[in-house]
Design a protein. Structure first.
Length: 413
């Protein structure tokens, strides 16, 4: 429902801008590939698109994702979707309405899932190996207090939880999961007898889920040598906490275990602090996120970047959580990552992304290798290999059967 509202607003703002003929930027990127998965006999078609529209007072990026087949997912997600109302001629202070992550307006790069704040913020995980941190749908303030000091505020009356691959519950409680879903147990051992489990999902009133207030405030300093921001925000937990009850269901010809699941999204409050040293080697960035609702809930991230030779910008870092123990594997189970784009020639580029969770008993790895050859400035061919491995019940290890190879094209215009 939240994405539907975002799409409606995007259409409304887009029509308004067409009428005023005030576009300053219109850019599109489309990537299509056929992936052959190791555990499937037929290839799957993959599409990833990005359309950007920007003018003096308006900006939107429409992310499109589609994968064919019974395990495929899709989404059309306008984020950001922002209309600005400037206060002064310098245009450093403005009120915005629409959809945005307020820190994206002050930081030099967008909030990512590998950032500490990204680990506790709502995400779009339908493309599970490329999760995106989502903006809130509401209003916000970007107020310049002094040179390089900015006050931030945002309020949203609508809560959109993290969206991930569907489990595909049927009316009979059977599962038809999408790719990269995390499956609950399919059977239970009762007195030496193995019984199948049937699930019933109790969603409740959708309006009670969506109509929840979210608040954000913060202050940011962006200097030549140092970048600092401190924030506080309150919102429902983006990932559901399942409340379950179980009982035996006896039918005429079968006995099954029936589990009723009621997802809950308890409210959480967080304070964050981020520091980036711009003139130091690797430009280190340290971020700390502390739970106010639970002082044992803590997240920390350390990242950096370096450019040399034909490597345009190597990015690397660590993300981890302390306290707030969870039985489920998490992206922040002491994650180490590195991105290495290597320009072999003007037309040929070789990219590698390695992400690995290092927490004891949760060790896993995801490795993406991609080679791209540009036939012309706006058109290129792509070949890629994705490999996943790890222990049972680790973040990437649960998907180790999803190794794949792909080939396709990328267009920009």
């Amino acid at each position: 429902m939240g994405y539907f509202l975002s799409t409606v607003l995007s259409f409304f703002f887009g029509i308004s801008l067409v009428a005023s003929n005030s576009f300053a930027l219109f850019k599109n990127e489309l990537q299509t590939q056929f992936y052959q998965y190791a555990n499937e006999s037929q290839p799957s078609f993959y599409l990833n698109g990005l359309s950007q529209i920007q003018s003096q007072n308006f900006e939107t990026k429409i992310h499109t994702y589609y994968e064919s087949g019974t395990k495929g997912s899709w989404s059309i997600d306008p984020d950001p979707l922002r209309l600005d109302f400037k206060f002064n001629t310098e245009k450093k202070s403005f009120l915005w309405i629409g959809r945005e992550h307020p820190l994206n307006l002050t930081r030099s790069k967008k909030i990512e899932a590998t950032d500490a704040i990204g680990a506790v913020w709502t995400q779009n995980q339908l493309n599970a190996l490329n999760p995106r941190v989502s903006g809130w749908l509401g209003i916000g303030l970007h107020q310049n207090l002094a040179e390089n000091i900015t006050l931030l505020f945002a309020y949203s009356p609508l809560f959109i939880p993290t969206l991930g691959p569907s489990l595909g519950f049927s009316e009979n409680g059977d599962l038809h999961p999408k790719r990269y879903s995390r499956l609950p147990p399919a059977s239970v051992d009762t007195g030496g007898t193995l019984l199948p489990i049937r699930y019933q999902l109790e969603v409740g009133q959708i309006k009670e889920l969506l109509l929840q207030n979210q608040f954000f405030t913060g202050i940011a300093h962006e200097g030549k040598e140092l970048s600092v921001d401190a924030t506080f925000f309150s919102a429902p937990r983006p990932n559901a906490v399942p409340l379950t009850s179980a009982k035996l269901a006896v039918a005429q010809n079968a006995v099954t275990a029936k589990v009723e699941i009621e997802p809950q999204f308890p409210r959480e409050e967080w304070v964050t602090l981020r520091l980036q040293i711009k003139n130091a080697l690797f430009k280190p960035t340290i971020e700390w996120v502390q739970g106010v609702h639970d002082w044992s809930a803590q997240f920390a991230s350390l990242s950096g970047s370096y450019a040399f030779g034909s490597f345009s910008s190597i990015q690397f870092g660590l993300l981890s959580h302390m306290g707030d123990e969870s039985e489920d594997p998490r992206f922040s189970d002491l994650l180490a990552f590195i991105k290495m784009p290597w320009s072999i020639t003007d037309q040929l580029e070789f990219k590698n992304l390695i992400q690995s969770t290092l927490l004891n008993a949760r060790q896993s790895i995801y490795w993406l290798s991609e080679i791209e050859y540009s036939f012309m400035k706006n058109f290129s061919a792509i070949g890629s290999v994705r490999m996943l491995a790890g222990q049972n019940y680790s973040y990437f290890g649960d998907w180790r059967a999803e190794d794949s190879a792909g080939i396709g094209m990328r267009w920009t215009w």
